[in-house]
Design a protein around this ligand. Structure first.
Ligand SMILES: Cc1cc2nc3c(=O)[nH]c(=O)nc-3n(C[C@H](O)[C@H](O)[C@H](O)COP(=O)(O)OP(=O)(O)OC[C@H]3O[C@@H](n4cnc5c(N)ncnc54)[C@H](O)[C@@H]3O)c2cc1C
Length: 398
């Protein structure tokens, strides 16, 4: 919060920074838009700016740039249940992938074990890990503590272990949630330590000092994304990526909690330094064509877009969630493919809108998560598949 407030203040104070609110980036501009054929093997793919939708007027503007920086956040909104803001549709990752840039480690999606289960709440309200640190106990709907079946560290096991244990209890019993119990703790202390959780739950009729809290895992963080080097430069020249949309490799396959600032702040500074050093080596292109929307009309029914987005969430949550298998990934692949075909057709016919772009992006991102999950023939970190169960650690410390 403090970082954001300071940044916003300094940006407003600066005369050399223009802020465009309610502007939505659609595509980055590369040689492809100048009529050249660009493939994943093309060397020196270069970013010259972006096509951006002005949401107030519906016009698509061409923003030319010497350097461009992608900071579009995570992909949680690809899943039905997520703690992420609903703008987390992976737009930057999808744009870079479509521009033939390198995207990696998309299979490593961290699920937070304990989001408040309240159907209809999207994003889901997070029940902090601190509550388990405080002594909260996980119970199945029969009221049984279950973590001892899964890990000797019980409720304090790592996120991925706890999320898988909850997933397993839910699947075995056919439940859509389990419970977190702090009723054995001092009520005054609970209210004092967790005032927001207390107030939120009370607003739903749950008094956490007396009642169990219904919880379920929710998509929370993406370790992978747009591959960058230590200057935050992507595989596309003049294009940087920072924050959750980037893949620095620092999170490996299983991020530790509370360290997103590394990719957000540390790499933002690296990108800024590098860009300032090099921006003047580059020229603006003056031969970029305007956005071409000839032959398009407004989509007749918004419901086609919202329903497809809902289906993507269901496919991803059902088949590409915490526990995966080849069979589930194949099913997801076939179902997503139908939505891909339909959406690309609709995109070509429609006047561009934020809704259709976000749908296209979640389909692209869903495809990347699925494909990279299929390619990883092992369980590692946040990617767990029953077809390739984890190997016990060997003496070489693999
Ligand atoms: C509930 C919750 C709790 C968390 N707690 C912690 C914590 O305790 N510690 C920690 O380290 N991390 C935490 N995280 C993770 C951390 O908050 C995120 O990783 C981080 O905020 C991501 O920052 P970002 O700048 O990359 O993206 P964001 O903050 O998501 O910003 C992305 C921005 O890009 C904009 N955008 C997206 N697409 C487009 C487009 N096409 N055109 C124009 N603009 C676009 C969005 O509107 C948004 O403003 C938490 C996350 C959640 C959801």
């Amino acid at each position: 919060y403090e970082i954001q407030q300071s940044l916003i203040r300094r940006i407003r104070e600066s005369e050399s920074i223009d802020v465009f609110e309610h502007h939505f980036a659609i595509e980055i501009i590369t040689q492809h838009h100048l009529g050249k054929i660009v493939t994943r093997r093309t060397p020196d793919i270069t970013c010259y700016g972006a096509y951006v939708l002005d949401e107030n007027t519906g016009a698509v503007d061409t923003f030319l740039s010497r350097v461009t920086l992608m900071a579009t956040g995570g992909v949680g909104a690809v899943y039905t249940t997520t703690t992420n803001p609903l703008v987390a549709t992976g737009d930057g990752i999808a744009m870079v992938y479509r521009a033939k840039g390198t995207v990696r480690d998309m299979e490593f999606i961290q699920f937070h074990p304990t989001a408040l289960f309240h159907p209809g709440d999207r994003p889901s309200f997070l029940i902090t890990e601190a509550m388990r640190g405080y002594g909260a106990i996980l119970r199945n709907p029969a009221g049984e503590r279950f973590m001892e079946k899964y890990d000797p560290r019980l409720e304090l096991a790592p996120r991925d272990v706890v999320a898988r244990a909850i997933d397993s209890e839910m699947k075995a019993g056919g439940h859509d949630h389990v419970y977190l119990d702090v009723t054995h703790k001092d009520p005054g202390e609970t209210r004092h330590h967790f005032p927001n959780i207390y107030a939120k739950c009370l607003s739903l009729g749950i008094d956490i000092t007396k009642d169990y809290i219904p919880v379920a895992p929710a998509a929370h963080y993406l370790c992978g994304g747009i591959v960058v080097d230590t200057n935050a430069e992507s595989s596309i020249s003049r294009l940087y990526a920072v924050g959750e949309c980037s893949c620095t490799g620092l999170h490996g396959g299983n991020r530790l909690a509370s360290n997103s600032l590394i990719e957000a702040v540390v790499y933002a500074e690296a990108a800024a330094r590098h860009a300032i050093e090099h921006a003047h080596d580059y020229q603006f292109r003056d031969d970029v064509p305007l956005w071409n929307d000839e032959g398009t009309s407004h989509p007749e029914e918004m419901v086609l877009i919202t329903q497809s987005a809902r289906e993507v969430g269901q496919i991803m949550s059902t088949y590409v969630g915490i526990v995966r298998s080849d069979l589930r990934l194949d099913r997801a692949w076939n179902r997503l493919d139908i939505l891909y075909e339909e959406t690309e057709r609709l995109f070509k016919q429609s006047k561009v809108s934020r809704a259709i772009c976000e749908l296209r992006n979640i389909i692209n991102v869903g495809y990347l998560i699925m494909r990279q999950a299929k390619e990883r023939k092992e369980s590692r970190g946040l990617h767990y598949t029953i077809d390739y169960p984890p190997q016990p650690h060997n003496e070489t410390g693999d």
